[in-house]
Design a protein around this ligand. Structure first.
Ligand code: SER
Length: 623
């Protein structure tokens, strides 16, 4: 086994595949292209259109063979973080062959050959420790006999090839429907000392992590389709894609742990400097509080990468994912008695570890620290109060001798008074031997939303119109509201999709719009935004609305205001002839004019900062 740093492993992987004719494609952002997916969770995500056969890789990359080291983020296993193998953020090494036929591309045999050559010849891993899993068939998709045969031909004995079904050996799709396929995984046997000692212990053992999955080879030749269009109906079928592809993924943390002979990624050079750093300022030791140290290091790294890609903490979608892990970090920092600003030196360490691969960690270091500081300020004190309230509640309950259940209303009161995310309350309760009535909590939350919705109708939707008595002034406010929608889209066109509404205020004089963006706009950018809005005004586009389900609205690409919690049915206002082809779509409860031509001349009068990572624009309409 070679002695390599994680940096060298990343480099060797990309070099190896480049030498085999693959084009190295840089990691895509954690914010994916597909608006229906919140975060990038696999290396193949940026290649979906090529895998579907809708785009030609030869035209865009000059080849059918691609390789990358992709930043990924998965929330599904967040509760497992702290064990040896799960992370929220991780890097995935991968190679792809797109569209195999007799003249180009490769499929199962070559993919297996390449994987073995890299692991055994380049990294000098012991092939006798490899166990293989293959697809045993399911959902009318046949068993992968071909892979079983190939692995045996390549010297893996039958006893070390295990068959599993849809759950373990069929990969994808990322969303509900899309490209997918049977997969074959290489697991590395870390030895009995890591195992549960059961005689039938094997890959995918539910009791231990003796066998660590290092590489997943997906033979992507299927598409999962929704068979019927009935709302909420869950019937699907699988059809063959027009082409066969290979999609592979290998988590760098696991591979590094194996190569550096460590129990988990946390003890490798990817994490250890951070853990050592935290240990230095903590009253506790890693070996005493392993899980907590690991969660802190994982979540700190994950938050830094999310912020690095332009995500800010909020109460919606990816902003909420970031907020959840940030708040969990703040909470665990208290358990380890870490001093204020404990994260600053670790964020700096992270830029040292990753900065030469992911420049954003260096260039945005100050901004990342500010986001942590702001969130800590907002949440830290509330958490102290919340925790003390929580402990009082539990004390009362213990005294009363009743069942150890926290009612939905009690949970909601903690959540709404102290902004403690409900899963954190759940976790705290569990640690103290209590349960929380989640259904009751959801009911209380819905009730609350109904009430605040009615208030919001007045505040946002009503635009304070009741205060504006004069009809002419009323019309002006409505026009400025429609202009705000155009402005948000124009800002996204010019500055990118990280632009999201953070606040809005309209009076009869001007609109004021706050949005997430971390730099001062240049005069050229401001001019461009103005030009786009005025162009859309000139096109005299219709402003229309559709009622739909909230999820459906998000899927359609409609923008949502992050501070608002929405009911199940929402109104989407779109500007253009149809929802699909519209220039702007937003979930909105307000009033709008009928056509953009009525707006007049749009002018930005001020652009300024409005807090960390937030800009503010004031603009007017002149007739
Ligand atoms: N898409 C597969 C995975 O994420 C292989 O890259 O595991």
């Amino acid at each position: 086994m070679t002695d390599l740093s994680s940096q060298q492993i990343r480099g060797q992987f990309l070099d190896f595949f480049e030498k085999k004719g693959h084009k190295i494609v840089p990691s895509f952002s954690l914010i994916p292209l597909d608006p229906s997916v919140l975060l990038t969770s696999a290396g193949m995500q940026q290649f979906v259109l090529y895998l579907e056969g809708k785009k030609d890789p030869l035209k865009d990359f000059g080849t059918w063979y691609l390789t990358s080291c992709q930043k990924c983020f998965r929330t599904a296993d967040i509760n497992e973080v702290g064990d040896d193998i799960h992370h929220t953020f991780f890097e995935m090494l991968g190679n792809w062959s797109i569209g195999e036929d007799s003249n180009k591309g490769y499929f199962k045999e070559e993919a297996i050959d390449l994987a073995l050559e890299f692991l055994v010849d380049t990294l000098e891993l012991d092939k006798d420790k490899f166990w293989i899993t293959v697809f045993k068939g399911g959902n009318n998709i046949p068993k992968d006999e071909e892979s079983i045969k190939i692995w045996q031909e390549k010297g893996i004995p039958k006893e070390r090839i295990k068959e599993f079904g849809m759950e373990d050996n069929f990969w994808g799709p990322i969303g509900e429907v899309g490209v997918c396929g049977p997969c074959s995984e290489i697991h590395y046997d870390r030895g009995k000392e890591f195992g549960c000692q059961k005689p039938d212990c094997r890959p995918n053992c539910k009791k231990c992590n003796r066998f660590i999955e290092i590489w997943n080879l997906v033979f992507m030749e299927y598409n999962k389709n929704a068979k019927c269009q009935m709302p909420n109906a869950k019937c699907y079928n699988y059809t063959l894609l027009p082409q066969r592809n290979v999609d592979t993924g290998m988590g760098i943390e696991r591979l590094t742990a194996v190569l550096q002979n460590k129990p988990s990624g946390y003890e490798t050079d990817l994490f250890w400097p951070i853990i050592k750093n935290i240990q230095k300022i903590s009253s506790k030791k890693y070996k005493e509080e392993k899980r907590i140290f690991r969660i802190l290091a994982d979540h700190l790294r994950g938050s830094v990468f999310l912020i690095g890609d332009g995500i800010l903490p909020s109460n919606l979608d990816r902003g909420y994912i970031l907020r959840r892990i940030l708040r969990r970090t703040i909470r665990y920092a208290k358990v380890l008695n870490l001093p204020e600003n404990w994260y600053v030196s670790s964020i700096k360490k992270l830029s040292e570890i990753y900065g030469s691969t992911y420049f954003e960690l260096r260039t945005k270091e100050t901004e990342i620290i500010t986001v942590f500081q702001n969130e800590e300020e907002k949440f830290g004190r509330a958490l102290d109060k919340g925790l003390s309230q929580f402990d009082k509640l539990l004390k009362r309950k213990r005294k009363s001798g009743k069942r150890k259940i926290i009612s939905g209303l009690e949970g909601f009161s903690l959540y709404s008074s102290f902004s403690v995310p409900i899963d954190l309350i759940q976790e705290l309760a569990k640690e103290r031997g209590f349960e929380i009535d989640i259904k009751g909590f959801e009911k209380a939350l819905k009730e609350h939303q109904k009430i605040s919705r009615a208030g919001a109708e007045k505040k946002f939707g009503g635009l304070g119109l009741e205060k504006v008595k004069d009809k002419r002034q009323k019309v002006k406010v409505i026009k400025l509201h429609t202009a705000t929608h155009l402005l948000q889209q124009a800002l996204r066109d010019v500055l990118g999709d990280q632009v999201k509404q953070m606040g809005s205020d309209i009076n009869e004089e001007r609109l004021r719009f706050d949005f997430s963006y971390d730099k001062k706009l240049t005069p050229e950018q401001i001019k461009k935004v103005e030009e786009i809005v005025n162009q859309k005004i000139k096109e005299n586009l219709p402003v229309k609305k559709n009622e739909m389900d909230y999820q459906q609205a998000l899927k359609s690409g409609a923008l949502a205001f992050f501070k608002e919690r929405y009911p199940e049915k929402v109104t989407v206002y779109f500007i253009g002839d149809s929802l699909e082809k519209s220039y702007s779509k937003e979930i909105c409860a307000g009033h709008h004019i009928n056509r953009t031509g009525e707006l007049g001349q749009f002018k930005i009068v001020k652009e300024e900062s409005s807090g960390a990572g937030v800009r503010r624009i004031k603009a007017t309409l002149e007739s």
